[in-house]
Design a protein around this ligand. Structure first.
Ligand code: ATR
Length: 287
């Protein structure tokens, strides 16, 4: 029996993780199975208990359960502690019982996509993060590890931006994290602008003046869809280099695969294959 993994979420039908992990397994010669599990919103723990007790080796966890996944574990990596959320769980079945470890690979996934796949530095760059929810919280630690010149957080609800900035100032004492209110963004410009809001989900645009995109700015939307989001369209019209979150999706999966299997798969072929599939789907009008 191959080791069993799954992505657990609600909804989960759209998740690309089974395809990505199947590609990694083929590429590395690892025998695994990987399924989608839809957990009822009020039954994450019992759903995960059942999967774990059936002998499963690990799980990816997606919305809305990432905080519960973190709480579910007995051991937590420092980066999952910084995020206060987990997207990867490992179940080690030992004579003494099952050890549950939590990790968060979203931040390193974003950083690898920006630095390795897109060839852009974060070090010494002025970074702006739009949004102050779970998605932003999951990536700020990894961005700080790259030693940017500064990280500014801007959010529709300003108090949440302050809470997030204060969280990281406590964790990383010399962290250059500040808050910029939306209406003050007009007075600043940034080298990297990351959309970590949920605005793209409903085709809306977070508040950002076009002047905030510095020359040769990288505008990155953590969302991935077939068509460019309103944020990416605005950024492209302002002269920025743009990227959606497909590379991050594959990179965070590669790091989870490494956490489970101890082997790091090559990501470029998988990103390219998924990009091709998306184009074909787009031409067919499928979503
Ligand atoms: P996630 O885990 O995806 O980050 P979340 O914790 O609910 O989800 O946070 C969603 C983020 O997207 C928040 O920063 C939210 O702003 P508020 O804190 O003001 O709610 C932001 N967001 C959602 N829809 C938005 C929109 N239409 N415009 C701007 N920001 C939006």
């Amino acid at each position: 029996m191959p080791d069993r993994y799954a992505v657990v979420g609600n909804p989960v039908g759209h998740s690309k993780s089974p395809e990505i992990h199947a590609a990694f397994a083929r590429e590395t010669g690892q025998e695994i199975s990987y399924e989608r599990i839809l957990a009822p919103v009020d039954a994450f723990v019992s759903t995960l208990d059942a999967f774990r007790n059936s002998g499963a080796a690990g799980a990816n966890v997606t919305l809305p359960f990432k905080v519960q996944a973190y709480q579910y574990a007995m051991h937590r990596t420092p980066r999952s502690v910084a995020a206060g959320a987990a997207n990867t769980l490992r179940f080690d079945h030992t004579a003494a019982g099952v050890q549950i470890s939590a990790d968060n690979t979203d931040g390193v996934g974003l950083v690898r996509d920006i630095c390795l796949n897109l060839g852009r530095a974060i070090t010494d760059q002025r970074v702006l993060i739009l949004g102050a929810g779970g998605a932003a919280r999951s990536v700020i630690g990894a961005l700080l590890d790259e030693r940017p010149a500064s990280i500014s957080i801007s959010n529709r609800t300003v108090s949440r931006a302050h809470d997030l900035a204060n969280r990281f100032k406590l964790i990383v004492p010399d962290a250059r994290v500040d808050v910029v209110e939306s209406r003050q963004l007009i007075a600043h410009e940034y080298d990297v602008v990351i959309n970590a809001t949920a605005a793209s989900l409903n085709e809306s645009l977070p508040l950002i003046p076009t002047s905030a995109f510095a020359e040769t700015c990288l505008a990155y939307d953590m969302m991935y869809g077939i068509s460019p989001t309103p944020f990416l369209l605005l950024a492209a019209n302002s002269g920025a280099v743009t990227s959606d979150g497909l590379g991050m999706l594959v990179e965070q999966a590669a790091e989870a695969f490494y956490c489970w299997r101890g082997i790091r798969p090559a990501t470029s072929p998988v990103i390219a294959a998924m990009r091709r599939q998306a184009h074909i789907a787009d031409r067919n009008g499928a979503t």
